[in-house]
Design a protein around this ligand. Structure first.
Ligand code: M6R
Length: 614
């Protein structure tokens, strides 16, 4: 959840690279930040609590010239977000310093042994024990490298680590287990370590993704990697990342979230790519890596995901069941991994994830693999842990998503499910060619329809102004747009802090209608669909309890004004594609409400972009 960056080289001022990188990593955690530099045999550490923009000046002032630095932005797990708990952490003799992502599960036990040996702890973190353990082991081992490997063997839990030692002034010691870490290599401008490609993409696109149980040494001209279990040196592949630095900038938008909402037409185009043929209704999935026989043998699909990705999966369930007639179960990844699910070789488990690093989703995939299931991911970050763990992938080409509230990745996940459902349906001959062709045709037109809605976004802003004072809202949708209601409610609550519930409209009478009164507006997705009349009656029931109603309706709907206080119209679209269009006004509504309330849209309180710990 936290972010790591480090640089070793002669070309750049290391501390500047690290501070700039921390700005790009801040979306991974933003309650404190710090950096350590190594100059003339001395380690200097600067760290503080708060957002980077508030503390950056203090962190960079008075730093001597430097060529090696490591930095960290934190999302607190153990210990409050204070200066003492901020990374980097040093040993008592200021010879070793480190930054860490993850959790050390056996830290209490290790800490008590280290306390007996006289180590003085200055923070409440689990991380600090690692630096003391390194110092302790160094006393007994032949080299710091041996002490480093011994220490890794004593830790339980998850880590991405970057460690610096005064006696190795150009080396960053690195290690990974269950937390992402990658190395960026250059020909002669030094080398980088980071938890995330966006922090270093300005300097290099040539990366090495570390695997679990790997550790090594990074110097300006070299990377040595070892398997920590066998202690043998290993070869590695350098991969070329196809993102570019401009993609990770705001490009004049007030917030990343607003920029990412506007990127959605292109994200859809890129995710469809050249993988459909409108003339015969066929779909091509280049990275699915499963034979037709494999796919035809699937008896059950289970989708595992968290948060917004889970709601995208729920749309996927409806699509796959409607089009391909295969039964799909939905599982929150955090539940799946502990509830002993029924799995076999005829089950396909699909992970849906923007980051490809969500700890629960990764654990769910590992469990599915252990049980002999086929596995697939719908994933944005190529090279991520989940993308590498599964049998096959559908990459969603959303580009870097920096806003903590996911928007364009959700949209691209829906596109991926449209493609997958159609692919499977074609294979199983459960769809007529004419319908397949129409679906592809209309899918390709969705970007234009989204652009139409974006052109009228000021109307949504005006509507949002009427909803900022409410403390609670109920989002309703049905069938394919039940997940749209869930996603609309999640967007609103996570960035505006207004309590919001998403409900299947037909379920309202079974409980949530008790919430409805003039203080609790209803936001209803009531676009053209076979369940239109049903949703209308649910809205009318709510409205007779005096609530304000905001409806998302199709252009040309003449009835909707009769049962709504406010209406946002979207272009008409084939029902199967309606979730793509209908979520857009809800994203904008949440954005404007949050912004009008003065909330920090891109970095909402208590959240982090990637949840890489349980
Ligand atoms: O990277 P992932 O897609 O696996 O992340 C899953 C959730 O953590 C994520 O969607 C989260 O719910 C977002 N904050 C929603 O906007």
């Amino acid at each position: 959840m936290c972010g790591i960056i480090g640089y070793t080289g002669q070309t750049y001022l290391a501390s500047k690279i690290v501070l700039d990188g921390l700005e790009r990593l801040e979306y991974r955690g933003y309650d404190s930040a710090g950096l350590a530099i190594l100059t003339n045999g001395e380690i200097s550490v600067k760290r503080d609590s708060g957002k980077l923009r508030n503390i950056r000046e203090g962190l960079e002032s008075g730093l001597p010239s430097n060529h090696l630095a490591i930095g960290h932005t934190r999302w607190a797990t153990h210990g409050r977000p204070t200066q003492d708990n901020a990374h980097p952490h040093k040993d008592n003799n200021s010879r070793i310093v480190l930054v860490h992502n993850g959790i050390i599960e056996n830290y209490l036990q290790l800490k008590s042994t280290l306390l007996e040996k006289g180590h003085k702890f200055l923070s409440d973190t689990d991380t600090e024990i690692i630096v003391h353990l390194l110092a302790e082991n160094e006393k007994h081992e032949a080299s710091f490298k041996d002490a480093f490997f011994k220490t890794l063997g004593q830790l339980e839990g998850a880590w991405a680590l970057s460690v610096v030692h005064v006696d190795y002034p150009d080396t960053i010691f690195i290690a990974k287990k269950n937390c992402p870490l990658l190395i960026g290599l250059t020909e002669d401008e030094g080398n980088f370590v980071s938890s995330d490609i966006t922090a270093i993409i300005k300097y290099t696109r040539d990366v090495v993704y570390l695997e679990d149980h790997q550790a090594g040494m990074l110097t300006p001209g070299n990377l040595d990697l070892f398997d920590t279990k066998t202690k043998t040196q290993i070869n590695y592949n350098v991969e070329r990342v196809d993102w570019n630095p401009v993609m990770a900038e705001k490009n004049g938008y007030r917030h990343f979230m607003l920029k990412e909402i506007h990127e959605q037409p292109d994200v859809i185009r890129n995710t469809i790519g050249t993988n459909t043929n409108e003339e015969d209704g066929s779909v091509y999935l280049p990275d699915i890596n499963m034979s037709n026989d494999d796919l035809l043998g699937i008896r059950k699909i289970i989708v595992v995901a968290c948060g917004t990705a889970f709601y995208a999966g729920l749309v996927g369930k409806y699509l796959v069941e409607k089009l391909a007639r295969v039964s799909v179960e939905m599982d929150l990844a955090s539940e799946f991994r502990y509830r002993d699910p029924v799995l076999d070789k005829d089950t396909l488990v699909i992970a849906v994830t923007q980051s490809g690093e969500t700890a629960d989703t990764l654990a769910a995939i590992n469990l599915a693999k252990e049980r002999g299931c086929k596995t697939m991911a719908i994933v944005n970050v190529q090279g991520s842990s989940i993308a590498r763990a599964v049998d096959g992938n559908i990459f969603i080409h959303a580009g870097p998503e920096i806003g903590v509230a996911s928007t364009k990745a959700y949209m691209a996940m829906l596109v991926a499910f449209e493609l997958f459902a159609l692919y499977l349906a074609n294979l199983k001959s459960t769809i007529e060619v004419a319908v397949a062709k129409q679906l592809i045709h209309e899918l390709k037109v969705i970007p234009q329809k989204i652009e139409e809605v974006l052109k009228d976004k000021e109307d949504i802003l005006k509507i949002a102004q009427k909803y900022t004072q409410y403390k609670s809202m109920l989002f309703l949708g049905r069938d394919l747009n039940f997940p749209t209601a869930l996603e609309g409610a999640l967007k609103l609550k996570e960035i505006s802090y207004i309590h919001a519930e998403g409900y299947a409209a037909g379920e309202m009478k079974h409980g949530p209608i008790a919430l409805v009164d003039r203080e609790c507006p209803v936001v209803a997705v009531v676009t053209d669909s076979p369940v239109y009349e049903k949703v209308v009656s649910n809205i009318v029931e709510a409205r007779s309890r005096d609530c304000r109603v905001l409806s998302i309706a199709s252009k040309g709907d003449k009835e909707v004004q009769g049962f709504s206080d406010d209406v946002i119209k979207v272009p008409k679209v084939m029902d199967l594609l309606s979730p793509l269009l209908n979520v857009l006004p809800l994203q904008l509504f949440a954005y404007y409400v949050a912004d009008l309330k003065g909330a920090d849209v891109d970095q909402p309180r208590n959240l982090a972009k990637s949840v890489t710990v349980e």
